[in-house]
Design a protein around this ligand. Structure first.
Ligand code: MG
Length: 271
């Protein structure tokens, strides 16, 4: 099942299912469906033909991120692979959906970069679970773009501003339940800027894998339904290019991971 959130013309938000090019409205919100383990009330499911806007599938309570989780990406930025996962966070207020605009002040940063990533959506409240139990806590997957202001990342030391700015966590277009993703470590991640392919990696190359990451994070944090884990980006970010390349006003950045779809966002620099 592909779960999304739609906004109707009256401003109301609703859970919906995307299926074969059509959108079906469901009762309640996506977080309610996650808490129920994906159970939906079929009596409330009906097809919508027009007048809806797709927004972020959900606003997570926590967005936990893993840095330097692909060897080639660590190398392109001059780093070694860490001995244990490098964990940072983004904020719920940084989330936007596919089709929305990544926006930043030109006075604040001139080095905004892309990071296409596989996001893991948590389905159960868990703490201190083992790797063997970890996949039971996973609800599904979503595409993420860990947008990063490299100048702030280097200058601040802490990454809160660099990675947590408003609009710096595009998520979507929908959450795909785990039954439709038999192996999260056999997915191709492709990022394009204005149609030009800049990242082409495989989640097979992830260093710390999903069950390990879920178990590891659960030692420190109570994981809640709707929390999202960003699992790191493969090689091909702008900072690693020669010369480095960063996102500009008007650029369109898209991340594709089949069968999760394509997450597309335009960039806007404001004064
Ligand atoms: Mg990242």
């Amino acid at each position: 099942m592909k779960l999304c959130t739609i906004r109707r013309p009256d401003g109301s938000l609703h859970a919906a299912e995307y299926s074969d090019g059509s959108v079906y409205m469901l009762g309640g919100q996506v977080i309610d469906i996650i808490r129920k383990g994906g159970e939906i009330d079929l009596s409330q499911r009906y097809r919508i033909q027009q007048g809806v806007t797709l927004i972020a599938p959900l606003i997570p309570g926590k967005i936990l991120c893993v840095g330097r989780n692909y060897a080639e990406h660590a190398r392109e930025l001059g780093n070694d692979l860490p001995e244990k996962p490098l964990i940072f966070s983004k904020f719920p207020s940084s989330v936007i959906g596919s089709g929305e605009v990544i926006r930043w002040r030109g006075a604040l940063t001139q080095k905004v970069d892309w990071e296409g990533e596989l996001g893991v959506v948590i389905g159960q409240r868990v703490k201190d679970i083992s790797e063997d139990e970890a996949m039971d806590a996973v609800f599904g997957y979503v595409i993420a773009n860990d947008v990063s202001a490299r100048d702030l990342q280097d200058g601040d030391k802490q990454w809160a501003r660099a990675k947590g700015m408003d609009t710096f966590c595009p998520l979507g277009p929908y959450i795909v339940t785990k039954d439709e993703v038999p192996d999260p470590h056999a997915l191709t991640i492709e990022t394009r800027v204005n149609g030009e392919r800049v990242q082409h990696g495989s989640t097979a190359d992830m260093f710390f894998r999903v069950p390990f990451l879920v178990a590891y994070l659960s030692q420190a944090f109570t994981l809640e339904p709707g929390d999202v884990i960003l699992t790191g980006t493969p090689a091909g970010v702008g900072k690693g290019m020669t010369p480095p390349r960063f996102l500009q006003d008007g650029d369109e950045v898209s991340v594709t991971i089949e069968p999760l779809g394509t997450l597309v966002n335009r960039c806007q620099v404001i004064d």
